[in-house]
Design a protein around this ligand. Structure first.
Ligand code: DNO
Length: 348
């Protein structure tokens, strides 16, 4: 298993030097953030990101994410141009030595929460989700800004986009995903990149939009859309884990033993009610997931891929990008590596 850390490029408050100082850290997972969605990532930008990371003694072998243009998800005729661009980006990334590309197929909104600074009893703050609060939000009415929401949309763009999705059922979204993957996976396989879809977060429909990467059966359906070693998963324990029906250790064993997990996001989450949760610290006792069993599942299947801690709380007075501070994620890393060492030594 190779432990890596998400880094948001030069705009990130957390310097690469600090990431390097986290014991056991091998590299970062990052992206190019200043190319509009749908355009080809130029080689020089990729190479300069890689050089920056490597100059600090870290590796850059995973990209999170190459975003998928909404017109691909909507299945509009112009999608062929965007898919061709996506394939070219994959070729460029492969040339720079990238091995895994994480992406998602969530319409309009990436991960969604109802509050970003909820104060826990220990005065740390965490991201939370409360279905009733989300039900009151109206993205078409504007002024809502949450992580994962593309800030470049005007209120009218957002309204038009939400209208455009009105005819996109789950089945249509599946068809559009198959269409996308048919070209993209072939290119990825040719150039030696593994595609790793991220589950929908949360794994249920929001704002009436379809969401399909939500549970084991649908993950199975995804890998069967295009049969290729390049077609796989980012197994995110926190995204899937907020549905009590998702048995994460079992899902890890099932897909991991088929070689379908290309990237592991490992974090805990505390389910606080029906479709309500808090993002807890990584420790098992802090949330609802059994982190030992999850790590044991990865260990038992002989996982050699990339893993990263996921959202952390804000602790010790840190401020910054919600979910992506340094301290709590670094604590998460050490905990996961501690579990891993115990599993390694215990199995000898
Ligand atoms: C949230 C992240 C997601 C993820 C994308 C992948 O913190 O896990 O934003 O990067 O869904 O495309």
């Amino acid at each position: 298993m190779k432990m890596i850390f998400r880094w948001y490029g030069v705009e990130d408050k957390i310097p690469l030097e600090y990431i390097r100082q986290i014991p056991g850290m091998t590299g970062v997972v990052s992206a190019i953030y200043d190319v509009p969605v749908g355009e080809v990532w130029p080689m020089d930008k990729i190479m300069s990101l890689k050089a920056k990371v490597e100059s600090r003694g870290l590796k850059l072998e995973v990209i999170e994410s190459v975003p998928v243009h909404e017109d691909i998800k909507l299945g509009l005729p112009v999608r062929d141009t965007y898919i061709a661009n996506y394939c070219q980006t994959l070729r460029n990334l492969a040339e720079a030595g990238i091995k895994v590309v994480c992406y998602n197929f969530m319409p309009v909104f990436d991960w969604t929460r109802s509050q970003l600074d909820y104060e826990l009893p220990d005065q740390s703050t965490a991201l939370i989700y409360d279905a009733e609060v989300v039900a009151q939000m109206n993205p078409a009415a504007g002024d809502l800004k949450l992580p994962g929401w593309d800030a470049s949309y005007t209120q009218q763009d957002m309204k038009d986009l939400l209208d455009a999705y009105k005819t996109v059922t789950e089945e249509k979204l599946w068809n559009n995903l198959r269409y996308f993957l048919t070209s993209v996976i072939q290119t990825a396989e040719e150039v030696g990149i593994k595609m790793a879809i991220h589950p929908d977060d949360p794994p249920w429909s929001i704002f009436g939009l379809p969401r399909i990467i939500t549970h084991k059966e649908n993950l199975e359906r995804l890998i069967n859309l295009v049969d290729s070693p390049a077609n796989g998963l980012t197994l995110c324990s926190g995204s899937l884990g907020v549905s009590p029906d998702n048995n994460i250790p079992e899902i890890v064993r099932h897909f991991g033993s088929k070689g379908k997990i290309h990237f592991a996001h490992v974090r805990n989450v505390k389910i606080t009610g029906k479709k309500c949760f808090e993002e807890s610290a990584h420790l098992s006792s802090a949330g609802s997931l059994n982190m030992y069993e999850i790590m044991k599942a990865y260990h038992d299947i002989g996982y050699t891929g990339y893993m990263r801690p996921d959202h952390g709380r804000m602790i010790w007075g840190e401020t910054g990008r919600p979910g992506y501070g340094l301290y709590d994620r670094a604590l998460g890393v050490e905990y996961l590596l501690g579990l891993w060492e115990a599993l390694e030594k215990g199995s000898k």
